[in-house]
Design a protein around this ligand. Sequence first.
Ligand SMILES: Nc1nc2c(ncn2[C@@H]2O[C@H](COP(=O)(O)OP(=O)(O)OP(=O)(O)O)[C@@H](O)[C@H]2O)c(=O)[nH]1
Ligand SMILES: [Mg+2]
Length: 302
Amino acid sequence: MLGKIRSGLGRTRNRIQHAVRQLSGDTTVPEALEALEEILYTADVGPYSQELLEKAETAFADGTLLNPQALQTWLQNELEVVVLDPGDPLLRKQEAGPTVILMTGVNGSGKTTSVAKLVFWLQSRGQSVLVAAGDTFRAAAVEQLSTWCERLNVPLIQGEKNGDPAAVAHDAAVAALSQNVDFLVFDTAGRLHTQKNLMAELDKISRVFNRKIPGAPHHSLLVLDATTGQNAVRQAKLFGECVPLTGVVLSKLDGTAKGGAVLAVGRETRLPVLFVGLGEGVNDWEIFQPKEFIQALLSPRS
Ligand SMILES: Nc1nc2c(ncn2[C@@H]2O[C@H](COP(=O)(O)OP(=O)(O)OP(=O)(O)O)[C@@H](O)[C@H]2O)c(=O)[nH]1
Ligand SMILES: [Mg+2]
């Protein structure tokens, strides 16, 4: 993953490279602290930055940190404990019956593209998949998803135009049970976390699933656009109030200079980031590995 994450983090890495080199080079303590501050703020690590800076200062003062050169490893270790490990196995499969995955997120966050990437990933693990289009309001949305499904050769359940997405959930659950698929992936329409009705709709979809398939949806993922930086944290909190979220997909990491937002999301929401999106193709998808991610973020350009 390191190579891909490293190039995917390109813009973030470019912006903090100067400070990273300074941190790993020959510096004084004040210079090292300044470089640390630049890294944390530029990468958009969030409110945690201030706390980390103070902790580093204290560590220098009380001798825990002996010299500026030790700061790089110290920072790496500090950041590693912030981010939850996605755990193993990812997206645990139910012992019997279909495992249902609900994809949620604000408009344009990358849900539909992530559905395609996730399907491809599941297929590459030998799993059978059924997809359902919960976005019944926009013809273009169904078209986008059906194009992906044709390419990936997976069946798609869709409802009537402008129909109730909960009805699609019902039909999808019935189909998943009768076809005995391993996974059912449900794409939803984008919604703002401030739109009460649409947020309540997510709860309705979940309840319909649960009536048909015990415990479903088994995984409710929030797709966050990495380029939105700290707003992602707020989205995670508000979506989490409507559906019990189990994890985060961080899309568009390739297009942001604020890759450190992953760390804020992990720390503030206590939700594991499971996957990252690194482009528009089905292959631009990686399991999120905190250690490697932080290493890629902080390593000087080779
Ligand atoms: N560079 C890059 N682009 C991405 C990534 N994921 C999605 N996109 C692009 O972002 C745009 C929006 O993606 P969608 O998957 O349609 O987003 P959505 O959340 O389904 O959007 P709505 O259904 O309208 O709410 C598309 O142009 C995607 O190609 C990613 O990881 N990297
Ligand atoms: Mg969509």
